[in-house]
Design a binder for this molecule. Structure first.
Ligand code: PHE
Length: 460
């Protein structure tokens, strides 16, 4: 399970004769690891593998002409200075306090577990979301609003829309009780709302602003909450207008859509995040499907309170940039964003939305692996030592971007021995060439060996 509901290889070296490099997975960590050029002590929490560390510093969101950066700039246009300040170079290495505690994550929240999160050590993680920087940014108080675009890290499934490193943009807008005229937050927010551009989007928003299941906070009056929610929703609907308006223009240019096609439709769905209430998700109807775009809500008052700015109230949102970029540019596989292949990189230019032209589709190759877990990991009620994400990590570690998806196809517990069996189907496919049989076999054999060595599974 991911930290929240929001979105969500060896590096193929272009030009070389073989892209097949099978990686060695370290079984132990030495007493220190280097992440982003800095050394950190390790402990029993450490689970950051080298192939994930290798992504630190790639900064796709800052690479001119890269679809992730183009998408970031498109969204930033809706949050201009001086009200909003853009922070785009914050380090991905954060404390557990920043990533979870400061945001009120309960101690038993699944997002905190080592199966979901990359730990450098007990106190230090790779940020799982840009919300990790909310409290510090409120405390610094440099501007009324801000955006934060950054790489985020989560142990997760392998498929064409999930990658363990992806990008988010956080946004927030706060108003200060001590600075608004007469201390009247609701009036100040409504005045700012009036200044936001109107749009002709079709918006479905049926529920009450707040109710028992998506409650108003004690620190806010109903009027304040309503004004903040209205400002939040209008601001984000503006993002959809900006982004999907551009996508539609690109689709018309490519002959895939017509000027008089149906107008854009979005809907607000109630959501839950530990750090906002009330909370929502925004979905957009895109090619017949409702897609979740972002999460947002009224900032939990404990966050600015604990950051030493108790007079501030406002809203925050977080949007996954890959999801938006895949729609905008028609990019079918999330691995492509990490490609260093010129055939990918030369297709895009800053400020322009163009449809991705695939450089032919290479054939897939499916292989199954089945194994018994060691008996300690299937004992009733005991600690389960093997998590599906461990499988994902193992495959990613060995095959890198040559793994397109991995699916659990069968799972059962032997009635007599109580032993648990799992079967996974791995689809190997390169984005850049046809893999030979020998190459795929070698990859698969390396996955089997890694599973045996790392998790003591009994291969079947
Ligand atoms: N951090 C949340 C996520 O990663 C998104 C979010 C940000 C929700 C800010 C509410 C407010 O899913």
């Amino acid at each position: 399970m991911s930290t929240t509901t929001l979105l969500r290889a060896l590096r193929p070296s272009t030009g070389s004769t073989s892209i097949l490099r099978i990686r060695q997975i370290p079984r132990y960590y030495s007493s220190k690891i280097t992440v982003g050029g800095k050394e950190y002590p390790t402990d029993e929490y450490t689970n950051l593998p080298p192939h994930i560390e290798a992504c630190v510093g790639r900064n796709l969101h800052l690479s001119p002409n890269h679809p992730i950066s183009i998408t970031r700039r498109l969204i930033e246009r809706r949050f201009p200075a001086p009200v909003y300040k853009a922070h785009n170079t914050l380090s991905p290495i954060v404390s557990v306090q920043q990533n979870f505690d400061s945001l009120g994550f309960p101690l038993d929240h699944p997002g905190r577990s080592r199966t979901d999160t990359y730990y450098i050590n007990e106190k230090t993680v790779m940020r799982t979301h840009t919300s990790a920087h909310q409290a510090d940014t409120f405390a610094a108080g440099e501007s009324e609003g801000f955006t934060i675009a950054a790489d985020v890290y989560r142990r997760d499934a392998i498929d064409r829309s999930h990658y363990p490193v992806f990008h988010q943009m956080e946004g927030a807008r706060m108003w200060s009780r001590s600075e608004v005229p007469n201390g009247d937050i609701a009036a100040a927010v409504r005045a700012d709302l009036e200044k936001l551009p109107k749009h002709d989007l079709v918006v479905e928003d049926s529920g009450p602003i707040f109710h028992e299941g998506n409650p108003l906070q004690k620190a806010h009056s109903a009027e304040e909450c309503e004004a903040i929610a209205a400002h939040l929703k209008r601001s984000l609907e503006g993002v959809v207008v900006e982004v999907f308006g551009q996508a539609k223009k690109a689709a018309i240019a490519a002959g895939e859509a017509k000027e008089d096609d149906a107008p854009l439709r979005v809907r607000w769905i109630e959501a839950y995040f530990p750090f906002t209430t009330p909370s929502w998700e925004l979905e957009v109807l895109w090619q017949g499907e409702w897609l979740e775009l972002l999460g947002c809500g009224v900032v939990q008052q404990s966050i600015p309170d604990n950051a030493g700015t108790p007079d501030k109230v406002g809203w925050a949102f977080g949007v996954g940039l890959e999801r938006v970029a895949m729609l905008l540019f028609g990019i079918p596989d999330i691995r492509l964003f990490w490609s260093k292949d010129e055939r990918f990189l030369t297709q895009f230019a800053e400020g322009r939305i163009t449809k991705f032209q695939s450089f032919s589709k290479y054939p897939p190759c499916y292989k199954d692996v089945a194994f018994w877990l060691p008996s300690s990991s299937s004992s009733a009620g005991g600690q389960v030592a093997f998590h599906e994400n461990d499988m994902m990590e193992t495959v990613r570690g060995v095959a890198g971007d040559l793994a397109e998806d991995v699916r659990l196809t069968d799972e059962f517990t032997h009635p007599k021995s109580g032993k648990k069996s799992m079967c996974f189907r791995i689809n190997y496919r390169s984005l850049e060439k046809t893999l030979t049989n020998e190459e795929t076999n070698a990859l698969h054999e390396a996955v089997r060996t890694a599973l045996k060595e790392k998790y003591a599974v009994e291969l079947r």
